[in-house]
Design a protein around this ligand. Structure first.
Ligand code: 5RP
Length: 236
């Protein structure tokens, strides 16, 4: 993808708008994925230019940790900080109630920890991520301990889901998460009518570490769009 294609421009614009909200002296949750990567870059640039000072980043993945180091952002873990003032992260689907599906980068377990700890969780997406019903354009990621893979698949099928093991690209075998686990991408053929219940039901299955439903977690949804050839950012 070039730096000037519409999808990239929308991601850059919305990431820039979110980073503009960050104030000096704050702890910032650093999301994962291609849109969050631009946010980490812009946060680092504001820090390096002296426009911001005294920022600590809390990464949600190995990807965001590596990027933050590259852009000179001091880092901490959730154990090191009393609070996270703001988190900026992407999403794979957003419904009208601001509920999300995340985990396209298999980072949803740490993302949920960091994003839900934040006083303000700002979601950065392009307009293609907006859906009326969750689960209609994106399969729901579920992180599973490897020794429980088959029983978890059966339990998910009993809930009406159709799980498939996420396979790696440029590596033989499955995707392995930052925690050393596997990811099931689950299709719900009718979509997800009750995301709040499903989020809890999935996490109740022994062997499930975390699923990608983020219900009631997002405070603000910023949407990057191109209208009449001009990039715009609006809030849901
Ligand atoms: C990673 C995520 C990402 O935030 C989500 O997949 C969106 O990524 P992108 O901004 O690349 O579309 O949840 O686990």
């Amino acid at each position: 993808m070039s730096q000037t294609d519409p999808a990239t421009i929308m991601k850059q614009q919305v990431a820039r708008a979110a980073v503009a909200q960050v104030k000096s002296g704050t702890v910032v949750g650093l999301g994962s994925g291609s849109t969050a990567a631009f946010a980490i870059q812009y946060l680092g640039e504001r820090l390096q230019s002296g426009e911001l000072s005294n920022i600590i980043g809390v990464p949600t993945s190995f990807q965001s940790e590596v990027l933050a180091k590259q852009y000179g952002i001091p880092l901490a873990t959730p154990n090191d900080v009393d609070r996270i003032h703001v988190a900026i992260d992407g999403a794979d689907e957003v419904d009208p109630q601001k509920n999300l599906i995340k985990g396209g980068g298999a980072a949803h377990t740490r993302e949920k920890i960091v994003d839900c700890l934040a006083d303000e969780f700002i979601v950065v997406v392009d307009g293609t991520k907006l859906v009326d019903l969750l689960g209609t354009t994106f399969l729901l990621p579920v992180e599973v301990l490897p020794m429980a893979l088959e029983p978890v698949k059966r339990a998910i099928a009993a809930l009406g889901g159709e799980p498939q093991l996420r396979m790696a690209v440029k590596k033989a075998g499955p995707v392995v998460t930052d925690q050393g686990n596997l990811v099931l991408d689950v299709k719900f053929p009718q979509g997800i009518a009750d995301p709040a219940s499903l989020e809890k039901e999935l996490n109740n299955i022994p062997g499930v570490l975390e699923n990608g439903l983020f219900v009631g977690a997002a405070d603000r949804i910023l949407i990057g769009e191109i209208i009449d050839g001009e990039p715009r950012v609006r809030e849901l």
